[in-house]
Design a binder for this molecule. Structure first.
Ligand SMILES: O=C(O)c1ccc[n+]([C@@H]2O[C@H](COP(=O)([O-])O)[C@@H](O)[C@H]2O)c1
Ligand SMILES: Cc1cc2nc[nH]c2cc1C
Length: 333
């Protein structure tokens, strides 16, 4: 069992994460060059397939066992009037996930994905981070470990999603602390101008009150448990050589904390989509990631990333299934 019981232990685990398999990546690139298409004509699908092949250690892989993890948490900061919805909605939506009634249930079914929902102490919200850290170190580490351990045996691509009223304020504080600058706050579930001003004020106070600017430090200070669990799942997937498709604003903010610790920590991740939450694109730019889809979604739950599983499948169907020029007797390859 990997020790994840402190920031120091998690840092050691992050430093030990595996790199992609170079031989598989080279073989996949060679195969791509031989397929019956003009070079580069499958656009980003080509690099996507080669990236996936490297992480899986196979030159002709397929996605057979996608997993979607949804983590739910409640936030002390929600009491500051930073969301358009009441905090009870977090638990109510978890019940909806369990009954099969949410958007992510439909998209998981469509992708043939296993869906696991982890509700993290919903009746015990994190502390209001305008007063001090949202979590104690041990609490954040426990949530991180829960995420790390939630990746199922046999999973070959992971989507991480979340549900948590107030968590766009948490994600905004993370982005502000790690990337600096202003303008990270957006409308989340649909706050009005006054709500947006409250979010901005809350984040400014939070940054003044919490001094630690390391990735794990800010995750503990501003993160909900669901953000810590998402970070843990993203890192835990890497430990198992499972590529990850990132979802929207909150998921990317959780991922950003790993990047702040180790610049290569997200090499096994792609951005599934561009959220309509205003600053998501800026966050992806900072990570050097281009989203696969841009559909104006701002739901969370892993919804945009779940749709992007099918884009990855398309890339691999072509890469692994197409004939080469010599196999098909097509001239010019
Ligand atoms: O994924 C996104 O980009 C996204 C953008 C805006 C809102 N959300 C969802 O809305 C909730 C947080 O919004 P809020 O206004 O309560 O901070 C949370 O449950 C998220 O899943 C998600
Ligand atoms: C209804 C509802 C569903 C959600 N799913 C993810 N975040 C959400 C926020 C709300 C408010």
């Amino acid at each position: 069992m990997t020790d994840l019981s402190s920031h120091a232990a998690i840092r050691a685990a992050l430093a030990a994460l595996p790199e992609p398999d170079d031989a598989a990546r080279v073989a996949a690139r060679k195969r791509d060059a031989q397929l019956t298409k003009p070079p580069g004509s499958l656009g980003r699908l080509e690099e996507l397939a080669i990236w996936y092949a490297g992480w899986r250690g196979e030159a002709r892989p397929r996605v057979a066992a996608p997993q979607i993890l949804v983590f739910a948490g409640n936030h002390g900061i929600a009491a500051q009037g930073v969301s358009a919805f009441p905090t009870e909605v977090t638990a109510q939506m978890v019940a909806n996930f369990e009954a099969g009634g949410a958007a992510i249930n439909q998209l998981a079914d469509l992708a043939g994905a296993r869906l696991d929902v982890h509700a993290l102490d919903l009746d015990r919200p994190t502390a209001d981070f305008t007063q001090g850290p949202a979590m104690a170190e041990a609490e954040a580490c426990a949530a991180f470990a829960r995420g790390w351990g939630a990746v199922a045996d046999g999973t070959d691509v992971l989507v991480v999603g979340e549900m948590g009223i107030g968590n766009t304020t948490s994600a905004t504080a993370l982005a502000s602390a790690i990337l600096g600058g202003n303008g990270w706050a957006g409308r989340g579930t649909g706050v009005d101008d006054a709500g947006l001003a409250r979010k901005e004020a809350a984040v400014a106070r939070a940054l003044a009150v919490n001094a630690d600017r390391t990735g794990l430090g800010v995750l503990t200070a501003f993160g909900g448990r669901e953000l810590a669990a998402m970070a843990g799942a993203i890192a835990g997937a890497r430990a198992r050589r499972v590529p990850v498709i990132l979802d929207g604003f909150i998921c990317t903010a959780a991922a950003l904390t790993l990047w702040a610790e180790e610049k290569g920590a997200l090499d096994h991740c792609v951005a599934g989509h561009l959220s309509a939450e205003g600053a998501h694109g800026r966050m992806l730019d900072a990570l050097g990631m281009a989203p696969l889809l841009s559909l104006g979604l701002r739901l969370g739950e892993g919804s945009g990333a779940a749709l992007a599983i099918q884009v990855l499948r398309g890339a691999l169907a072509c890469h692994s299934g197409m004939a080469t020029f010599s196999e098909a007797g097509v001239a010019g390859g």
